[in-house]
Design a protein around this ligand. Structure first.
Ligand code: 4AD
Ligand code: MG
Length: 461
């Protein structure tokens, strides 16, 4: 037997006359009089390899149905069929595992994404989810290439933390206490002092605060890891567990931050177009016919930059009627964000200088006393895809803000010390990785761009 090769490799480089072995899962079997066509897919590409199986393997062929796992050896031949350069003339066929046609849920027909979510252990074998996870892989690779090429250090920040970085209170508690009989304080509250970490701990909502520590030693750093939010939002853009990319740069202000965010998105889009052309074409044809245009638009146009105050003025002037009110001081809702990016500017919009009351404690305060040097990147179809800011590097200003918000200072002593010892202007942002993959692929629901989504009432698989 020859060493098995991946199907993508054969489709790209296989030559008629070569003897090869492939392994994978059967998508279809079509029987003709003298032989059968068996289409095999191993996940390496959208297209599978068509094998022509004659009675050399008649017995094994009986056990080959959609979903079965097989190994086929044979000779590559030019394919007379349309749309494929080569096919495989089988010499041998081995079945690893059968798939009963009566019960295997992925028979060749269209399935709704809702249904596919209920079989997340099998859905990656479909064309769409296969394409999604290959594009997701390419996005992740592009992220590392982008930052590594620019000399950023990839830092690993903890998933368990004692502080609420965003101050939004959307935290999952991590505990090893006996929940049926937790220790109590004199006042009757649960005594987290006796818990595993000696204090109450949570799953992190963001690696930013620790990334700031690392940026103040390595200048330019980024994190790329899972984050957790116990926000009870059942929307097509929220997950309870999602991946976030958070660059953090010392000696950098909001302008540098915006430029990085824009360069970054352009780079990732270009990379994915280059490395997953078939998958991107598939999304454009089958999922959303603006996918290619969007990618082109991202790569070739400058993002719009406006302040929050300007954004409010534009929204107040809009002829569109919104469900949620618009007025200075209120947060932008997703409908507002989409109006700006999708209808008005028709490209990503970076909104800066939000009211301090709707943003986190660590953002640098502007001289007007009302706004902070925040930025959100709003994308067509998605709304907020990136949130970031210049950080408050002045100790007195930071302490004053923490006090105003009644944030317990004892959990943040180290964060404050960074402002005491060698503080510098610095900035960074967080990109929601799944929102990026959604944006890129045109997939409607964020649950379909992560293999095993975690959402309210759902932690199956
Ligand atoms: O705007 P957020 O909350 O910002 C931060 O966490 C900052 N610490 C980032 C930083 O400056 N280093 O979240 C950043 C991004 C959002 O723009 C959004 O794309 C994504 O994370 N995000 C979510 N994605 C999926 N599901 C959720 N529940 C999300 N919440 C935020
Ligand atoms: Mg945000």
């Amino acid at each position: 037997m020859t060493t098995p090769r991946r199907i993508l490799d054969l489709i790209r480089h296989g030559q008629p006359g070569e003897t090869v072995t492939v392994r994978g899962w059967v998508r279809t079997r079509r029987d003709q009089k003298e032989f059968s066509f068996v289409e095999v897919n191993d996940g390496s590409s959208m297209a599978g390899l068509q094998a022509l199986v004659t009675d050399v393997a008649a017995e094994a062929l009986q056990r080959v149905n959609t979903g079965a796992s097989v190994e086929i050896s044979g000779e590559l031949v030019e394919s007379p069929a349309k749309g494929q350069r080569i096919e495989l003339k089988a010499f041998t066929l081995q079945v690893f595992g059968e798939a009963d046609p009566e019960t295997y849920p992925l028979q060749k027909k269209r399935h709704s994404f809702e249904f596919l979510r209920t079989i997340a252990h099998l859905r990656s074998r479909t064309n769409t989810l296969g394409a999604v996870f290959r594009v997701r892989n390419a996005c992740a690779t592009a992220v590392h290439h982008f930052f590594q090429e620019r000399g950023f250090l990839w830092v690993h920040t903890p998933l368990i933390t004692a502080s609420d970085a965003e101050g939004a209170g959307e935290l999952f508690t991590v505990t090893s206490l006996d929940l049926n009989n937790p220790p109590r304080t004199k006042e009757g509250a649960i005594d987290f002092g006796q818990d595993f970490f000696g204090k109450r701990a949570f799953l992190t909502v963001s690696g930013q605060l620790e990334a700031e520590i690392m940026a103040l030693a390595f200048t330019d750093v980024y994190t790329f890891g899972p984050t957790f939010r116990a926000e009870n939002s059942n929307t097509s853009r929220h997950l309870a567990e999602f991946w976030m990319i958070e660059p953090e740069m010392a000696f950098c202000d909001l302008d540098g931050n915006m430029t990085l965010a824009e360069d970054f998105l352009k780079y990732v889009f270009s990379y994915v177009l280059k490395h997953c052309p078939e998958d991107m074409e598939f999304f454009n044809q089958r999922i959303d016919n603006s996918v290619m245009e969007t990618a082109d638009n991202i790569i070739h146009n400058q993002f719009e930059r406006i302040t929050y105050t300007e954004a409010i003025a534009l929204l107040e002037k809009a002829s569109k009627s919104f469900e949620y009110p618009v007025s200075w001081g209120l947060d932008l809702q997703s409908e507002h964000e989409r109006y700006l990016a999708e209808d008005l500017f028709k490209k990503p919009v970076i909104v800066t200088d939000y009211p301090k009351t709707i943003k986190a404690f660590y953002m640098r305060q502007n001289d007007d006393g009302k706004t902070v040097r925040a930025m959100d990147v709003l994308a067509p179809r998605i709304g907020e895809i990136i949130g970031g800011s210049q950080r408050e590097e002045r100790l007195d200003c930071l302490e004053q803000r923490i006090d105003e918000l009644h944030i317990p200072k004892d959990t943040l002593w180290w964060y404050l010390e960074l402002r005491r010892f060698g503080t510098v202007p610095h900035a960074g942002f967080g990109l929601g990785f799944e929102r990026l993959v959604q944006f890129m692929t045109g997939m409607q629901n964020i649950r379909d761009v992560i293999p095993f989504p975690r959402t309210p009432q759902n932690a199956e698989f």
